[in-house]
Design a binder for this molecule. Structure first.
Ligand SMILES: Nc1nc2c(ncn2[C@@H]2O[C@H](COP(=O)(O)OP(=O)(O)OP(=O)(O)O)[C@@H](O)[C@H]2O)c(=O)[nH]1
Ligand SMILES: [Mg+2]
Length: 317
């Protein structure tokens, strides 16, 4: 049996080492990634639900996830977490923080946790995160939770990988206005007001209910530190999931997720290719940047498509 078969087998056998290795191979753009994804892609992943948890820094996303893990574990479920970490390579603080906070579940073999850094990545984050989610689902995780700080475009794009999006706000943070302006609130299916024991929670809830009254979006009051409201939140997630599966919305969303992943792969490939062409013959590319871009894309499409198909067959299959 070769290396890849061993890893794929390990994923299905829920072996943490195989799962970790597979995700690293994909994140590193290792050429074995295609072979792994090809085998993983064959499995239906419709039975699991992907939950995105987003919101400003420090509103309590990780604490909520910790409590949700405990909730799903008592029901016998296996849970996957992909934490998108916007921290700088120097500080590494948020990553470490998340790890430590999830330590409670670190020894639990049915909790799969993986951090992914946005740093240094201009593209490909969605594709890597989506692949990690798929690997976790293949290893039996349901749900898989994606945690991301809803600040930059990269993070908002990652939220697009979830079936259901939960926005976490907290009173007094002063970020609410920013969140509303950024349009994140429009993509939320559930808004959580965490730290609900703190002053300002009631007025934040009222404000949100005003903004959201025309939309079918639940507002949940949570005190994550005390596990208050967690069951309610899990129920709200379950209810939306069931409704969407029944109405067919779920399938539509999954199609959209796949498109996001493909577009992300394509942009990453194009960017690399265009950069190397520009660097090879900088003198060839003077004049109108749009026209040059168009010509480069046309050239690449004609000459490179076959090569790309060979290099990343999973994107086309
Ligand atoms: N008062 C209060 N504090 C809370 C509650 N839930 C979480 N916190 C605290 O809020 C702080 C941030 O919590 P995290 O769970 O790390 O928040 P986060 O949103 O994951 O943070 P980042 O990942 O850094 O964006 C921690 O000090 C928590 O202990 C709560 O219900 N009430
Ligand atoms: Mg966190």
């Amino acid at each position: 049996m070769n290396d890849i078969d061993e890893i794929v087998k390990g994923i299905y056998l829920k072996e943490p080492r195989a799962i970790g290795r597979a995700i690293s191979i994909i994140e590193d753009g290792d050429q074995r990634a295609g072979a792994i994804l090809k085998q993983i892609n064959a499995k239906s992943i419709q039975d699991s639900t992907i939950v995105g948890i987003t919101g400003p820094i420090g509103t309590g996303k990780s604490t909520i996830i910790n409590q949700l893990i405990a909730h799903y574990r008592t029901q016998g479920g296996r849970v996957g977490i992909v934490a998108i970490d916007p921290s700088s390579p120097v500080s590494g603080g948020a990553l470490l923080g998340d790890r430590i906070r999830m330590m409670r579940h670190a020894m639990d073999k049915d909790v799969v946790i993986r951090s992914m850094a946005t740093r240094g990545k201009q593209g490909g984050l969605c594709a890597s995160a989506a692949a990690a989610v798929r690997i976790m689902i293949c290893s039996g995780c349901n749900p898989v939770i994606i945690e991301t700080v809803g600040v930059g475009q990269a993070e908002i794009d990652v939220v697009g990988l979830a079936d259901i999006t939960v926005l976490v706000l907290a009173p007094g943070a002063g970020d609410e206005i920013q969140v509303m302006k950024a349009g994140i609130i429009e993509i939320a299916d559930i808004v959580v007001v965490n730290k609900a024991e703190c002053p300002g929670a009631d007025s934040l809830i009222m404000e949100l209910e005003n903004v959201l009254h025309q939309r079918n979006c639940a507002v949940c009051r949570v005190i994550a530190r005390e596990a208050y409201g967690i069951e309610n939140l899990a129920t709200a997630i379950g209810k939306i999931d069931r409704e969407r599966r029944k109405s067919g919305q779920f399938t539509g969303k999954r199609k959209q997720i796949r498109e996001t992943e493909i577009i992300d792969c394509a942009i990453e490939m194009m960017r690399d290719e265009i950069r190397s062409r520009l660097q090879e013959c900088p003198g060839n590319y003077t004049g109108d940047p749009r026209a040059i871009a168009r010509k480069l894309i046309d050239d690449i499409c004609v000459t490179e498509l076959d090569m790309l198909k060979r290099k990343r067959p999973e994107v086309f299959s």
